[in-house]
Write a protein of this length. Structure first.
Length: 349
């Protein structure tokens, strides 16, 4: 069987263009200047690098629109489809929205992959969408050099329940819904060094829909929300800190981690995207003295279909953790807090 991960130069959200490079590309474009100024019903645009666009229809309904696609992170075509679709749908949940329907984005090397393999990828995506209660209503396909799959995901949200990534408040608790280490696992998988238990944990994490986002959107005590994907925990924490105008303080020892991820990182299984993330964000991050390379790699590890990152009032912490657990997110944990100060991230041991 053709190994999908051997057909692409990158995998999962590690395929993202590095933040510093993306900023340079978009400089002096209409995107950089902001497109929402002349459109009052565009409630969320690109101003704070949020997870999805939101367009107000009326006082009680707004459309959530997002898209995400990437190259294979695993060799199993069905699981690749599930992971890619779950990842795309996550951005709807991260805004506090409920998914409605999706369109498929498909690019396949049809001269290298048999039709049944491509069909299995689509079937995996359909399974994830079905689990989210939404249909894949159409899409677009091209013949490409590398396999690419993802979705345009459309959802709906009450404008009063939108959770942006820039609403954090000083004193808020930071909660992460899933364990870190997906990129590390994928690097080990490519070299046949990922234990079976680690592989199963990776599949379980990357195909678990971030359904708590809908309920979190309805809680006044939840002030900001995003999902941790290709820019790693530090990158997405920094976006939240910048948007909120606060300092995010993280405790490394409190981070939830996927099984085997720490050991694999120590052994050098790290993606190239991890280094690019550090080069992009490191200037606004202060790490604890003695932080080892493997620890920094975990902090910058690109997550595919990663967990929700939530800020909430300190007295609502246990309520938010219980909500995550009711949805099956046993690894959800308090990882730090927000405080007044410059827009940056600091990490304690």
């Amino acid at each position: 069987m053709t190994r999908l991960t051997h057909l692409s130069h990158g995998g999962g959200c590690g395929c993202k263009i590095a933040p510093a490079v993306l900023e340079k590309i978009l400089a002096d474009t209409p995107f950089a200047k902001g497109l929402s100024s002349g459109f009052p019903d565009l409630l969320v645009g690109i101003e704070s690098s949020d997870d999805a666009a939101v367009w107000r229809l009326n006082d009680h309904q707004a459309i959530v629109a997002t898209t995400d696609f990437f190259m294979p992170i695993v060799d199993d075509p069905y699981e690749f489809g599930r992971i890619a679709a779950t990842n795309a749908i996550s951005d709807v949940y991260a805004m506090g929205g409920r998914p409605l329907f999706a369109l498929a984005l498909v690019g396949m090397p049809v001269d290298k992959l048999p039709a049944e393999t491509i069909r299995a990828i689509l079937a995996g995506g359909e399974a994830a969408a079905r689990a989210a209660g939404m249909p894949i209503a159409g899409g677009h396909s091209i013949d490409s050099q590398e396999p690419i799959y993802g979705l345009v995901a459309i959802g709906v949200v009450d404008p009063a329940r939108i959770k942006k990534n820039n609403g954090g408040r000083a004193g808020d608790t930071l909660i992460l819904g899933k364990g870190l280490g997906v990129g590390i696992h994928s690097a080990a998988l490519k070299k046949d060094a990922l234990p079976e238990a680690g592989y199963r944990a990776m599949i379980d994490s990357t195909t678990r829909l971030n359904t708590p986002g809908i309920e979190l959107g309805g809680l006044d005590a939840v002030h900001a929300m995003t999902d941790v994907t290709g820019f790693g925990l530090l990158g997405h924490c920094l976006e939240l800190a910048r948007g909120s105008g606060l300092t995010a303080r993280l405790e490394f020892s409190h981070l939830p981690v996927l099984p085997d991820a720490a050991e694999l990182a120590r052994a050098g299984f790290v993606t190239g995207a991890s280094g690019r993330n550090w080069q992009s964000h490191g200037g606004d991050v202060a790490l604890f003295d003695g932080c080892a390379d493997w620890q920094r790699a975990l902090l910058t590890d690109p997550q595919t279909s990663g967990g929700l990152l939530v800020t909430c009032a300190a007295d609502a912490t246990e309520m938010v953790l219980e909500l995550f657990r009711r949805h099956g997110f046993e690894q959800a944990a308090v990882i730090g807090y927000l405080e007044s100060g410059p827009a940056r991230v600091t990490v304690a041991a």
